[in-house]
Design a protein around this ligand. Structure first.
Ligand code: NAD
Ligand code: UDX
Length: 475
């Protein structure tokens, strides 16, 4: 007869997530909060990060994401079922389902450098699972991975497994959350995608088991099941379509600046066409974040691998427009200031890749500030959520301020990089008074009122609007 402990072990499904980053922490806090009968363990090799998650009861966590602390606290207080640990091996042993949410950045070396995913963390995790697993497991791809990763992982697992009687089922369950709105996206997702082996009873059962987790709070009609390769590709396709929209509107913004059109109005016009829709059409100084460029470049690599060179060129163009947009904006800052930024004080407002996140990965701030530093400008950075250490880690020679007045007082120019709401609330009349004249504003997010600023005396430059002089006449 089973002991009481054994009976408890059998009745509690242990869901483990390897990788306690944005995706791991946010997704599994939500899963734990909705599924009291599961024990949810989020593990990571980064001890400091795990220690940070274990301080959530104080209201502080390693990554800023609105609503995350509250969700972790709720799961812990109400369900007592969410645990963060750096004991990855122990978590694997205890698990019945293992989600892998480790990072898959772009390779920086060797074959495919600059486009292929670096799958070294993934392979490391697969090997650890193979070595530690002593019971059957469902392995779930939560990270964004190249198409046909599942077959490679299964090969590693099956050939390296220590216990030869253990069986693995692989599932693809890509994550669609966006940072800054992650908790909202997870609480009411547009869809949940579960891909797996649809040809065997064990495969179908594994798919069902993952669907059952989400069915605790996601309506059935939003849970989509597909075959493995569809699911893996759908995630890359989704980010490529999103990135394509921004590059399309940013390409139009470049034309607007030449011809005198207004890209904000064009977005409105396009957005009112039901077939196009109004979301994700905001012109900007360029998209950033850890996913869009990485995932589009992965499609470039995959297309090249299949000898689909024209397809690769199509996706490459999306990223090329983004690089062009960042450069164009930075160059415009220098050119507008009489082609000379040397020694000029420039206040950079925002460093994160978008508002409501402290994440700086691929932020357009990096490219833009680099151009200004190349011109020997004196850069002062203010961001409400990015730490001084992180900014100085990228640019040791800039000045990072906690008080925005220190950034703009005596500055020649104010550059908006991130669309933080607080930037809209500033008293620009007072700011104008303390800036050197002529006072320039470069609004890389089109969040400020151009007409009002111009009235105050600023020389205003925004994206896709020729506000600085008469439109060019095309002959
Ligand atoms: P992240 O860098 O924030 O977190 C990844 C974590 O994995 C890190 O804490 C790291 O220490 C850990 N890790 C790495 N190797 C490990 C190992 N061998 N064992 C245990 N832990 C290990 O990454 P993220 O932003 O959460 O992204 C994770 C994956 O999800 C990526 O594939 C990404 O493309 C995808 N994704 C990210 C987002 C997003 O908005 N950030 C959205 C959807 C999908
Ligand atoms: C993205 C996808 O949205 C998400 O579904 C996927 O899971 C991960 O990648 P994320 O990178 O967190 O999410 O942020 P997102 O809101 O997509 O923004 C990406 C970048 O595009 C940001 O720099 C943002 O400012 C920029 N952007 C977004 C624009 O410039 N214009 C827009 O209209 C929308």
């Amino acid at each position: 007869m089973a002991t009481q402990q054994q009976q408890e072990d059998i009745s509690v499904s242990v869901v483990v997530c390897i990788g306690a980053g944005y995706v791991g922490a946010c997704t599994f806090a939500v899963i734990a909060s909705h599924c009291p009968e599961y024990k949810v363990i989020v593990c990571d090799i980064d001890e400091k990060r795990i220690a940070g998650w274990n301080r959530a009861h104080d209201g502080t966590v390693p990554l800023f994401e609105p609503g995350l602390v509250e969700t972790i606290q709720r799961a812990k207080n109400e369900n007592d079922n969410l645990f963060f640990t750096h004991d990855v091996k122990g978590a694997i042993k205890e698990s019945s389902i293992i989600f892998i949410a480790v990072n898959t950045p772009t390779k920086t070396f060797g074959r495919g450098a600059g486009s292929a995913f670096d799958m070294s963390s993934w392979e490391a995790v697969s090997r650890t699972i193979a070595a530690e697993a002593d019971s059957n497991k469902i392995i779930v791809e939560k990270s964004t991975v190249p198409v046909r990763t599942a077959e490679k992982v299964l090969q590693i697992l099956n050939s390296a497994k220590k216990n030869k009687s253990v069986e693995f089922q692989i599932i693809s369950n890509p994550e669609f959350l966006a940072e800054g709105s992650a908790m909202r996206d997870l609480e009411s997702p547009d869809r949940v995608l579960v891909g797996g082996d649809q040809d065997t009873p064990a495969g179908r059962a594994a798919v069902q088991e993952i669907c059952d987790i989400y069915a605790h709070w996601v309506p059935q009609q939003k849970i989509i099941t597909t075959n493995m390769w569809t699911s893996e590709l759908a995630k890359l396709a989704s980010n490529a379509f999103l990135a394509q929209r921004i590059s399309s509107i940013n390409a139009i913004s470049a034309i607007c600046e030449e011809c005198g059109g207004n890209v904000e109005d064009i977005s409105r016009v396009l957005g009112m066409d039901d077939r196009i829709g109004n979301k994700y059409l905001k012109a900007s100084a360029g998209f950033g974040g850890s996913c869009l460029k990485k995932d589009v470049m992965a499609l470039v690599y995959i297309s090249e691998s299949y000898q689909l060179h024209q397809v690769a060129d199509f996706f490459r163009g999306i990223v090329a427009i983004n690089e062009f947009q960042k450069k164009r904006f930075a160059t415009r800052i220098v050119e507008s200031m009489y082609g000379n930024a040397r020694g000029k004080k420039i206040a950079v407002l925002g460093f994160s890749f978008k508002k409501d996140t402290g994440d700086i990965r691929e932020s357009c701030a990096i490219e833009i500030i680099q151009v200004l530093l190349n011109e020997n400008a004196d850069i002062f950075v203010f961001d409400p959520k990015v730490s001084k250490e992180e900014i100085l880690g990228v640019f040791p020679t800039v000045t990072v301020v906690d008080d925005v007045t220190e950034a703009y007082t005596g500055a020649d120019a104010l550059v908006i990089i991130t669309e933080w709401d607080i930037f809209k609330t500033y008293d620009y009349a007072a700011i104008f008074e303390v800036m050197r004249k002529p006072a320039f504003i470069f609004d890389g997010r089109n969040i400020l009122d151009n007409a009002k600023l111009t009235q105050l005396g600023f020389s205003v430059h925004s994206i896709g609007m020729r506000t600085w002089d008469e439109p060019k006449i095309l002959l």
